[in-house]
Design a protein around this ligand. Structure first.
Ligand code: ADP
Ligand code: MG
Length: 261
């Protein structure tokens, strides 16, 4: 068994023919939570999308292993079934589909992904248990339970959308979660709530890659490693103190240190 939940080796990817990721090397051991920081336009979101299999991101080289398995060979839904989850920087509104309905279907699909028998789609007990879990998650995120009946993300504020992404993550219980700027646009209380919820998910079977600009959520989450990305590469990987230093000093010094400016 691979000691890594996620292993990215020399990953290259382009958008519309323009190289964006230029040899990413990064490995997240099982059960660890890692952070990616870096100036705007470094390719952080492109990395997240490429891992999830967005058709716009064309992989031009390298390898990605999820639990030791070739991730890049899988379609998007297969990646989700293997336990990969992406919380979007800009969550999309999905009119016409209630959150509960969407998540129940996604949950069934993910649950059924590892060769287990057909899920009990009509099993009222499973539905009730799922509902309870979803309501508890919404409670813990300070979101009203009515959100589960509302159309997914429709009319939600920016901060609510970010918290709804965490609720989705709770519902789907991924093995590897990528969170793209999950704390952007959150007020102080929501930031704490989101951070506490993410921290509470820490477990041997859960690994995460958190993209952020702010060390505030990291004070709660206590990540195992902080990686800095610039111009499509990982410049360096250090401990939590690096996030604090970047907040205090900005990026210029580290870009210079690694000849990336
Ligand atoms: P970050 O998330 O680190 O701010 P992104 O991954 O969003 O960076 O962007 C990296 C680079 O890729 C930027 O130069 C951006 O302009 C470019 N890029 C991202 N998305 C697209 C797109 N859809 N079409 C063209 N260029 C894009
Ligand atoms: Mg981004």
């Amino acid at each position: 068994m691979s000691p890594f939940a996620l292993e990215i080796k020399d990953l290259h990817a382009s958008i519309e023919g323009r190289p964006i990721l230029k040899g990413i090397d990064l490995a997240v051991p099982r059960g660890e939570v890692h952070v990616i920081m870096g100036p705007n336009g470094s390719g952080k979101s492109t990395l997240a999308y490429t891992l999830m299999g967005h058709p716009r991101c064309a992989v031009t080289g390298g390898e990605v292993l999820l639990d030791g398995e070739d991730l890049l060979a899988l379609k998007v839904h297969e990646r989700a079934r293997k336990g990969l989850f992406l919380a979007y920087q800009y969550p999309v509104e999905v009119p016409g589909v209630s959150m509960a309905h969407f998540l129940w279907n996604a949950y069934q699909s993910v649950q059924n992904g590892d060769g287990s028998p057909e899920p009990q789609k009509k099993d009222p007990k499973a539905v009730v248990a799922f509902r309870k879990r979803l309501n508890a998650s919404l409670d813990s995120l300070n979101l009203g339970q009515e959100f589960s009946m509302r159309h997914l993300n429709v009319g939600a504020s920016g901060g609510e959308k970010k918290r709804l992404e965490v609720a989705q993550m709770h519902a789907l219980a991924p093995k590897v979660a990528i969170m793209d700027e999950i704390d952007s646009g959150l007020d102080i209380d929501s930031t704490r709530v989101v951070a506490e919820n993410i921290a509470a998910m820490k477990a041997p079977g859960f690994s995460a890659l958190i993209i952020t600009h702010y060390p505030r959520i990291l004070e709660y989450i206590k990540p195992d490693r902080v990686h800095v990305m610039a111009a499509g590469r990982v410049l360096c990987s250090r401990g939590m103190e690096l996030a604090r230093e970047l907040e205090a000093r900005g990026y210029d010094w580290i870009l210079k240190e690694y000849n990336a400016s």
